[in-house]
Every structure is written in structure tokens, then in C-alpha cells.
Design a binder for this molecule. Structure first.
Ligand code: GLP
Length: 254
């Protein structure tokens, strides 16, 4: 794992956008695994800016998103399909039919998971998977205790995840109880992984994930075993790692 320190959120977003645009420049038909949440927003904004200046071309790129709430349609503002359209896809030249997000309204969620796995396989796998991290160490919607060997599957969200995502809904009870998520196995099969963490509320998740034991109790800890994983974190998110290891440099490579 390579850990890169960013001074603040703007620095984190710029460094992340650099890695993503380099991927698309090196391989225009890259398959990008994308994430929602507040954390990647700055990187998406930076990529939009570079795209509008003519520096990055997404016309041959393909995207597969990590997850979607069950029961929400892509037209609903809280859905991850809507989030991606609004915050990224509609501002760049990726072809809409090349952007994949699990269907939250699928009548048969299990069949939808199987279909999604087929899509990923058919694309030849993911070149670069972007990840945020939950306060409890979840990635995608793989909550603590999730089996490492799963591909896309249906999950029940924990109360803590529903509470922290309630800010996007009018009331906490509107937060769906279930979601479809790529599993840890799908994530681990990506050729490269880029995880972003910003803010003090991610400090313990980051410490436990990258400096603690590899355990299903901390889903992101499995990333210690990925052979091309880069983590970019801002100083508040790094605070516990700095304190516990005495690490002072900008890059930590293990
Ligand atoms: C959600 C998403 C995750 C995301 C996490 C953290 O639960 N399913 O993919 O990483 O929230 O979100 P944020 O970046 O807003 O802190």
C-alpha cells in the first residue's frame, strides 16, 4: 500500500484526479470503478474542469459504480445513479450506455447482482477502482463482518451507515434498509485501487484498516493484501496514523 498525505481536501482531490486522468490518458478505453459519497466529489469536479479544458477525454471510457440503494430509481435524488449523473457523467463526454450502476428497482435483486457481475466480467475487469471509506471501515456497502469472497450481492445496511447517510434524505427512516454492492472480491480483482479519506471522522477507520489486522470486522483491511493500492488522505484523516507511528513524510510505501 502506498499512502500519500495531502495537506487538505483540495490537495487530496487534485492528487486523486491526477491518478484517474493518467489512467484514462494511458488507456482511453479504461474501465473505471467509481464511488459515491462526499469524498470523491472534489476529484470529480477537478476531472470535469480538466475535461472542459480539453485535457481529458472520456469518450472511450467505461464506468461501473460500486453500489446502489435498493428501492430507489435512478430518477430519485438520493439514488447513486442520480448522484453520478449530476456530479460527474452529465459534465463529461462518457457515453451514457457505458456507465453502469446497479439497478435499485430490479424486481429480482439476486438476478441483478448476477447481471452486474457478468457486466464486470464482460468488460474484462476493472482497471482502476476508486473507493471512499465508511467511519466503520466499510467499502462500497460491505459492512463489518462481510465475507471477503463475495462478488456483487445484496446487503442489509447497518444502523451506523444508515444514520451517517441520513443527511442526504429528508428523514432518517427514508434511508433504504438494503443495497446492492460490489463485494470485496470484485473490488480486490481491480487492477489498481485508489482509496480516498478526508476528515477526522475517518482517522480511526484509516488506522484500523491499514495498520491493524486483516479482518472482516474492518472490511477495508483486506486492501493491505492488494498489490497496487494507493491511499490518499488529508491531514485530519491521517491524524491517528501520524500519532501512532511517528510518520512524518508525505509518502509511506510499504
Ligand atoms: C457510503 C458509500 C461508500 C462511501 C461511504 C463514505 O456508505 N456506500 O461507498 O465510501 O458512504 O461516504 P463519504 O465519502 O460521504 O464519507
Amino acid at each position: 500500500m502506498k499512502l500519500i498525505a495531502a495537506k487538505d481536501y483540495a490537495g487530496l482531490s487534485r492528487k486523486a484526479a491526477n491518478i484517474i486522468s493518467a489512467q484514462v490518458i494511458m488507456k482511453p478505453s479504461a474501465v473505471l470503478g467509481l464511488a459515491t459519497g462526499s469524498t470523491p466529489l472534489g476529484a470529480y469536479r477537478q476531472l470535469i474542469d480538466w475535461h472542459q479544458k480539453g485535457d481529458v477525454d472520456f469518450s472511450r471510457a467505461v464506468s461501473v459504480n460500486l453500489d446502489e440503494y435498493l428501492g430507489l430509481s435512478g430518477a430519485q435524488e438520493q439514488s447513486y445513479r442520480y448522484f453520478m449523473d449530476q456530479n460527474f457523467f452529465s459534465h463529461i463526454n462518457i457515453r451514457r450506455e457505458c456507465t453502469f450502476v446497479p439497478d435499485g428497482l430490479a424486481g429480482d435483486p439476486q438476478a441483478e447482482c448476477a447481471r452486474y457481475n457478468q457486466i464486470i466480467r464482460g468488460l474484462g475487469g476493472i482497471d482502476l477502482q476508486l473507493l471512499g471509506i465508511g467511519g466503520n471501515g466499510h467499502i462500497g456497502f460491505n459492512e463489518p463482518g462481510a465475507a471477503f469472497e463475495k462478488e456483487t450481492h445484496l446487503v442489509e445496511l447497518t444502523e451506523s451507515t444508515r444514520r451517517s447517510n441520513a443527511r442526504f434524505f429528508q428523514s432518517p427512516d427514508q434511508v433504504p434498509t438494503h443495497a446492492i454492492t460490489m463485494g470485496i472480491r470484485s473490488i480486490m480483482q481491480a487492477k489498481k485501487i485508489l482509496l480516498l479519506a478526508s476528515g477526522e471522522n475517518k482517522a480511526s477507520a484509516l488506522w484500523n484498516s491499514f495498520f491493524g489486522p486483516v479482518t472482516p470486522g474492518v472490511p477495508a483491511s483486506i486492501l493491505q493484501l492488494h498489490n497496487d493500492c494507493t491511499v490518499i488522505a488529508d491531514e485530519p484523516a491521517l491524524s491517528l496514523i501520524r500519532k501512532n507511528t511517528g510518520w512524518e513524510d508525505m509518502v509511506y510505501d510499504n
